[in-house]
Design a protein around this ligand. Structure first.
Ligand code: DC
Length: 241
């Protein structure tokens, strides 16, 4: 089978700042598929821990508070908006503090177990899904139609993050950001559960020195080829350009 339990799934994994979210959103729009930002779920769990006064690295306590809360999305929005107990928290989860806490909660197996289950449940309810994160192709949807791994040099990733944070009104030092991204990479790659890896069989795409459009073109071609191979080419949805 080439999908999650529901329908067809395409996964996009890669380190922070490699352009995954923008690529996933654009690809989903072109295909007319839904898109899942799993990093937003870990960030929402981190925000929940911070707001509840729980140490983000205390996996059992964070898992307990997640179970009492609701982390989901408003799927009518494009891209879908992350909700914490019904409250849109898109801005709050992107702060530097929430980013650091997200890396800590994402290292806890108790937390991952809950969010991985939610991700599979979401996929089973969607006919077509582009799912983006760190472990989507390696752990959550190993049978996905196509599994992509995006990468780019750390300098370029730090610069992209800087522009995003500036747009959100945050001022940060680029060198400090580079250091933080390197540390977060290390943490995500070295952790015991679901480390960031290039899964065997993944299509590896270097996003350094290319435009967003060029990357999305390449991914769209790969997905349409794969749809043809499995005889599902007529099933892509209506593009939302
Ligand atoms: O992609 P992002 O920066 O929004 O992710 C936030 C944090 O969550 C980051 O530390 C990596 C982690 N993460 C993860 O461990 N697994 C995922 N599927 C998605 C994100």
């Amino acid at each position: 089978m080439t999908s999650g339990a529901g329908g067809l799934v395409v996964t996009i994994d890669g380190p922070a700042g490699c352009g995954k979210s923008s690529v996933a959103q654009q690809l989903a729009r072109r295909l007319g598929w839904q898109v899942l930002d799993t990093g937003a779920m870990y960030r929402a769990a981190a925000l929940l821990a911070l707001r509840s006064g729980i140490e983000p690295s205390d996996g059992a306590a964070v898992a307990a508070v997640i179970r009492r809360s609701r982390i989901d999305f408003d799927w009518r929005a494009d891209p879908p908006v992350i909700l914490l107990d019904g409250e849109p928290v898109e801005e709050a989860i992107r702060s530097v503090e929430a980013s650091a806490a997200a890396s800590a909660v994402a290292a806890r197996p108790e937390v991952r177990a809950i969010l991985v289950e939610s991700q599979r449940r979401i996929a089973s309810a969607m006919p077509r899904l582009v799912s983006e994160g760190r472990d989507q192709g390696s752990v959550v949807f190993p049978d996905a139609l196509v599994r992509f791994f995006l990468d780019a040099p750390v300098e370029e990733r730090a610069h992209r993050r800087l522009l995003q944070l500036e747009q959100a009104g945050e001022r940060v030092d680029e060198l400090a950001l580079r250091r933080a991204i390197r540390e977060r990479d290390e943490h995500d790659r070295a952790r015991a559960v679901a480390p960031l890896v290039r899964p065997p069989g993944a299509v590896v795409v270097d996003t350094g020195g290319t435009t967003l459009e060029q990357v999305v073109d390449r991914l769209e071609r790969e997905v349409r080829d794969a749809l043809r191979r499995v005889g599902a080419e007529g099933t892509a949805g209506t593009p939302r350009r």
